[in-house]
Design a protein around this ligand. Structure first.
Ligand code: PEP
Ligand code: MN
Length: 263
């Protein structure tokens, strides 16, 4: 007999191994209704394997919505119960790791602004010691592969076995087509140096806008990425963060169906 906890742990392990691994959900958890409705509509697409939601949001400037905080974690727990979708959340401090694990978040991810800071990554790594949870590590905001590799090494040295890479593009000065330039060659070099780690593309933060998402998703699949992390929202234009790049779950389904998948 398995306990309910073991069953969800197994479901999360299964989801981690799915290819393509499709992770979706809002940039930020805003309200309980929003999280539950997004999760249900994503599950109804039949194409999403994992639910994402930002609980603590690293915003460029103060005075913006900085995330609902730990109060949103039970909403994710509820969403998992309703849909069976495992959950993933960004963590940037030891306390956030503890809180996320207390509420059974299945996969943690380190954000681009955390990967640049070895003190923060080390704090997250220390909180992960002795814990068996997969961790995804986004590239740093600047194009520095050593910094990305260093973050991977810190998390690996904490004993984490399942580590994945998320390519979310690199910031550059001035107006460009992309919010964060993809610099595909850097992500591919990183993957070649870590061949056993899955690499997930995050077209939402690369594009920063909806109209070019499809081509970036296709490019990632053509380059043999293991999955995609795409932001989705039940009312994208009124999202509390990253409104311009989010799409509805139904639009996501259409876009995933339009992809020409590799055989
Ligand atoms: C996010 O995933 O919403 C986020 C803050 O991403 P990044 O760390 O890539 O900026
Ligand atoms: Mn976002």
């Amino acid at each position: 007999m398995q306990t309910a906890e073991q069953t969800t742990a197994n479901a999360a392990q299964e989801a981690w191994k799915k290819r393509p691994l499709i992770i979706s959900g809002p940039c930020s958890a805003e309200t309980e209704e929003q999280v539950l409705a997004t999760a249900q509509r994503l599950a109804a697409t039949g194409r999403v394997n994992m639910l994402r939601a930002g609980i603590w949001k690293p915003r460029t400037k103060p005075g913006m919505f900085e995330g609902i905080g730990a109060k949103g974690l039970p909403w994710l727990q509820q969403a998992k119960k309703l849909t069976g979708l495992p959950t993933t959340v960004e963590v940037a401090t030891g306390k956030q790791v503890e809180d996320a694990l207390t509420f059974d978040v299945d996969v943690l991810w380190v954000g681009a602004r955390t990967t640049v800071n070895p003190f923060s990554v080390q704090e997250v790594a220390d909180a992960l010691r002795g814990v068996n949870v997969p961790v995804l590590i986004k590239n740093p905001i600047n194009p520095d592969l050593e910094l990305w590799a260093g973050a991977v090494e810190r998390i690996a040295r904490a004993g984490i076995k399942d580590i994945g890479l998320i390519h979310r593009g690199f910031s550059s000065y001035g107006n460009t087509e992309f919010r964060n330039a993809p610099m595909w060659h850097l992500a591919i070099e990183m993957k070649l140096k870590h061949p056993h780690m899955p690499i997930i593309n995050d077209p939402s933060h690369i594009c920063g806008r909806r109209d070019i998402l499809q081509e970036v998703m296709q490019r990632a699949i053509d380059l043999d990425y293991d999955g995609l992390m795409i932001e989705s929202h039940i009312d994208p234009d009124n999202a509390w963060s990253d409104a311009k790049q989010q799409i509805t779950p139904e639009r996501l389904k259409e876009m995933l169906e339009a992809i020409i998948w590799r055989k």
